[in-house]
Design a binder for this molecule. Structure first.
Ligand SMILES: CC(=O)N[C@H]1[C@@H](OP(=O)(O)OP(=O)(O)OC[C@H]2O[C@@H](n3ccc(=O)[nH]c3=O)[C@H](O)[C@@H]2O)O[C@H](CO)[C@@H](O)[C@@H]1O[C@H](C)C(=O)N[C@@H](C)C(=O)N[C@H](CCC(=O)O)C(=O)O
Ligand SMILES: Nc1ncnc2c1ncn2[C@@H]1O[C@H](COP(=O)(O)OP(=O)(O)OP(=O)(O)O)[C@@H](O)[C@H]1O
Length: 489
């Protein structure tokens, strides 16, 4: 493709000459590692490294043009200076791959919690109604039925446009993180439906304030196609605010929530029967979901409304929801041989921890034992609230290791002790080895107790623990099988 075509919508500090404009570009790279002959190399000044330092390497590998933000002269290939390399990358990728999102039914989901769960429920509904569906998100990317490893919730703009152009599926669902929005990873992507699940205290190591976090999340709605629609959960302060803003912009908003001014009004939650009732037009529809917890009822409803807007009938949607088997690492339940229940969940905010612990109580837990830790080098301001929630709600809690992310283990143990002294209570124990914490909880559990392990969900362990299992699920399986085995002996 000719460079001038790719550069049509990009403003450069100085104009390119006609020789440069007629360059034939064979590909785009944002990493010097992936440059080949005829590629454009986009130099990004990142959080860890400055991509401008790799320009020479990119040229040696065959880059025909460099785009960057610094003022640079004297290169052996043309150099174009732009205001934002990340933004330019998104514009280039969109053009290079032929504006792929314009030709698909695109659904973008943002919010602090529930993006992954909602996207999996929706994918299940769509596929069971004959609509093939790609999914790009935290656990994995699925394109044309093929599973690909995911390194970010929202991939770089280059990868994202590439994945969408590779997709032959009718629908593409994208989980859109605030990091993704602020780093222009969705630059050039247009959506038919944009969903907002909720917002709470999270990522304040990255965003200076929660207001900034909200404003960033709101950027998703700038990507709506003409005639595109928003779906917003208003049962939280931020969702209510968002609806007003979007309506002020003339956007068609489908609000869900318990108050009567919602388009999809929740009439009732019934935990005993695991169903919710929702007003959909003139009808009240009863939706049964085998998933546990009020948070999953909200996720289910977000998926239901999306499927309705895609044009599916309510009966078929409701039937699909009733046989959805859940998402890996999201309230995954195992029954132990002693009659206790053990749950693995990805909760890493105070609100989602509260949901998990109260869900266990709603479903009849005699005692709730909670195991969790704090990620090293991540938002420290949420730790107090996480501890306050568990010390107020669980019957016993165990502080243990999560990913240390280069924080020394001794330092984290000291942090656990001091936070527990400040915000915890007598229900708290500290067992640094995560696998031994799980062992302790299982050995001290009684029939009808629920052990809730939060934080890691589907993820594999980054730390080495005494038991050489790779994940919470594997640890649980190890101990539950061992217990069965020793009983039968
Ligand atoms: C802090 C952060 O967000 N970093 C993201 C960012 O990396 P970066 O561009 O700053 O990378 P960098 O390492 O400083 O390198 C700068 C540039 O030099 C280039 N380089 C580097 C080395 C080299 O040899 N040659 C070379 O060209 C790199 O390719 C890059 O273009 O842009 C990359 C491409 O899009 C992301 O993969 C990367 O995510 C890192 C891995 C990450 O962990 N991000 C987390 C915080 C994140 O984004 N999380 C959200 C979900 C949050 C949630 O809701 O839970 C997500 O969407 O995943
Ligand atoms: N609607 C919700 N409201 C509050 N908490 C929720 C909701 N849905 C899920 N959770 C909690 O958040 C955890 C993560 O859920 P999920 O993976 O669906 O969210 P996510 O937005 O994709 O998260 P992340 O951005 O961290 O990948 C769950 O394990 C659960 O504890």
């Amino acid at each position: 493709m000719k460079l001038k075509k790719l550069m049509e919508e990009i403003k450069t500090v100085s104009e390119m000459n006609s020789e440069t404009a007629n360059l034939i570009v064979t590909g785009i790279a944002d990493s010097s590692d992936s440059v080949s002959q005829g590629h454009i190399f986009v130099a990004i000044n990142g959080f860890n490294q400055d991509g401008h330092q790799f320009i020479q390497e990119a040229i040696e590998k065959g880059a025909c043009l460099i785009i960057g933000e610094s003022e640079i002269t004297g290169l052996t290939v043309p150099y174009l200076q732009v205001d934002s390399s990340r933004k330019a990358l998104g514009i280039l990728a969109n053009k290079f791959y032929g504006t792929p999102s314009n030709h698909k039914l695109m659904i973008g989901i943002t919010g602090t919690n529930g993006k992954t769960t909602t996207s999996y429920i929706l994918k299940h509904i769509l596929e069971n109604n004959g609509k093939s569906c790609s999914l790009i998100g935290t656990i994995q990317n699925v394109i044309n039925g093929q599973v690909k490893k995911s390194t970010n919730t929202t991939p770089s703009s280059l990868d994202l446009h590439g994945l969408i152009s590779e997709s032959k599926d009718e629908v593409v669902i994208v989980e859109v993180s605030s990091h993704g929005l602020s780093q222009y990873r969705v630059q050039g992507i247009t959506f038919d439906l944009c969903l907002f699940t909720n917002l709470e205290h999270e990522h304040l190591d990255y965003h200076p304030t929660i207001e900034d976090y909200f404003q960033t999340k709101m950027l998703l709605f700038d990507h709506l196609k003409e005639g595109g629609q928003a779906i917003v959960n208003t049962d939280n302060h931020w969702g209510k605010r968002l609806v007003k803003i979007l309506q002020g912009r003339g956007i068609n908003v489908n609000s869900i929530g318990q108050s009567s001014n919602n388009k999809f009004k929740i009439l009732d939650f019934n935990f005993k029967n695991s169903n919710l009732s929702v007003e959909d037009g003139d009808e009240a529809n009863l939706i049964f979901s085998p998933m546990y917890g009020i948070h999953n009822m909200y996720n289910t409803l977000m998926a239901y409304v999306s499927a309705r807007l895609v044009g599916l009938g309510e009966d078929s949607i409701i039937e699909c929801i009733s046989n959805f088997r859940g998402v890996e690492g999201r309230f995954e339940k195992t029954k132990l041989s002693n009659g206790a229940i053990i749950v693995v969940d990805y909760a890493h905010t105070s609100e989602s921890i509260l949901h998990c612990l109260t869900t266990a109580k709603q479903y009849g837990a005699k005692r709730v034992i909670h195991i969790f830790g704090f990620r090293g080098n991540r938002d420290q301001s949420k730790r107090q609230e996480m501890l306050t929630v568990t010390s107020g709600t669980s019957d016993q809690y165990i502080l243990t290791m999560d990913d240390l992310n280069s924080v020394p283990q001794n330092e984290m143990i000291e942090t656990l002790k001091s936070l527990n002294n400040l915000y915890g209570n007598e229900k708290g124990l500290i067992i640094p080895d995560r696998t031994l914490a799980i062992k302790w909880a299982i050995e001290h559990s009684n029939p009808e107790d629920w052990i809730i392990i939060t934080g890691k969900g589907h993820e594999t362990y980054q730390q080495n623990y005494r038991l050489q299992t790779n994940s919470d699920k594997e640890t649980v399986l190890y101990f539950s099988n061992k217990k069965k085995h020793s009983r039968s002996n």
